[in-house]
Design a protein around this ligand. Structure first.
Ligand SMILES: Cc1cc2nc3c(=O)[nH]c(=O)nc-3n(C[C@H](O)[C@H](O)[C@H](O)COP(=O)(O)OP(=O)(O)OC[C@H]3O[C@@H](n4cnc5c(N)ncnc54)[C@H](O)[C@@H]3O)c2cc1C
Length: 289
């Protein structure tokens, strides 16, 4: 284990206090569950001078669904998200991803804000959030701003958040009737990051695809919308041939690297298989193939 110097630690009760701490110390990091940050500190990948703990800010852990959208507070844990949102079948991509992340112990600590803030290309919740058209609510010294999750990531470990901004919530629109979502991923072992993740949102009207999003994770530096594959599906009857063509196009759009988890070629093959299976299963549930 590598040595690291113990940072100063402060637990705040409001988001504004957190922002003040971040402004005061340019090398401060916010911490929520600590399941990424503390591991990275121990591995010597980062060395914060100060940790600003958000876990005691009451309103940040709230998950509040209504008819049009669900607002998920930044410190809501995976376990809380699964518990609160399971009654919404159209949000299945998100609850599936939250229930697959890590182990039960990790899911009781790991937060949505940390999963986004860590900006890993294989982060579990990010693909589903892009597929659902969700936005991040950020607060900084100049007030609040709202950024689509799709536009939040700059590269591995990098987001558009400034040093003194805090993600306070994620706003997820509830998909319209006849729209379903799914998330599926491949991993090498029971507890491992995704080798490939595929998130799909599919809406139908009169037996044809009226809305679709296909989002790939762990195959590019940031989450990737397979726009051309979406184009193959748009307005079409979801036949076996159309779905197979969309899956093939999605795999050509992926930009994977080879690393310890898988070769680039294997990842491309996984994208095709997982996309085809996900679309086929959603189309069957929607009764259109
Ligand atoms: C054993 C194990 C298994 C894991 N398995 C998976 C897995 O299968 N899939 C997966 O995606 N991840 C996995 N992880 C990684 C991790 O659990 C998740 O990414 C988790 O969601 C991180 O949340 P956290 O609250 O612990 O973040 P933290 O570690 O507290 O923070 C992570 C980063 O986000 C920043 N941050 C946190 N909250 C905010 C906020 N509100 N605003 C701005 N920045 C913020 C922090 O400054 C830090 O840079 C695993 C980790 C472990 C230890």
């Amino acid at each position: 284990m590598s040595r690291y110097s113990r940072p100063e630690y402060v637990k705040v009760l409001t988001v504004d206090d957190a922002i003040e701490e971040l402004i005061r110390n340019g090398e401060a990091y916010v911490v929520a569950g600590g399941t990424d940050l503390v591991v990275n500190m121990r591995l010597g990948r980062c060395a914060p001078r100060k940790l600003v703990d958000l876990s005691a800010v009451p309103q940040l852990s709230v998950v509040s669904p209504d008819h049009n959208s669900v607002v998920i507070g930044a410190t809501a844990t995976m376990s809380r998200i699964v518990e609160a949102l399971s009654p919404w079948p159209s949000l299945s991509a998100l609850t599936t991803a939250a229930s697959l992340l890590g182990t039960p112990q990790v899911r009781n600590l790991a937060t949505i804000g940390g999963n986004i803030g860590n900006a890993s290309p294989s982060a579990e919740l990010v693909g589903p959030l892009v597929a659902l058209g969700a936005s991040a609510v950020l607060r900084g010294p100049k007030g609040d701003r709202c950024v689509p999750i799709e536009e939040l990531f700059v590269g591995p470990g990098e987001t558009v958040l400034s040093k003194s901004e805090v993600l306070t919530a994620v706003d997820v629109p509830i998909p319209p009737t006849k729209t379903l979502t799914a998330y599926a991923r491949h991993r090498r072992t029971r507890v491992d990051l995704a080798t490939v993740g595929v998130s799909v949102a599919l809406g139908v009207t009169a037996g044809r695809c009226q809305h679709c999003r296909v989002v790939l994770t762990a195959v590019a530096p940031t989450p990737l919308r397979a726009i051309e594959a979406e184009g193959v599906l748009a307005g079409q009857k979801l036949t076996e041939e159309v779905i197979a063509q969309a899956a093939l196009v999605a795999s050509a759009e992926a930009r994977p690297i080879s690393d310890v988890r898988a070769s680039a070629d294997y990842r491309r093959e996984l994208v095709e298989i997982i996309t085809r299976r996900s679309l086929t299963s959603l189309a069957a549930t929607l009764g259109v193939n």
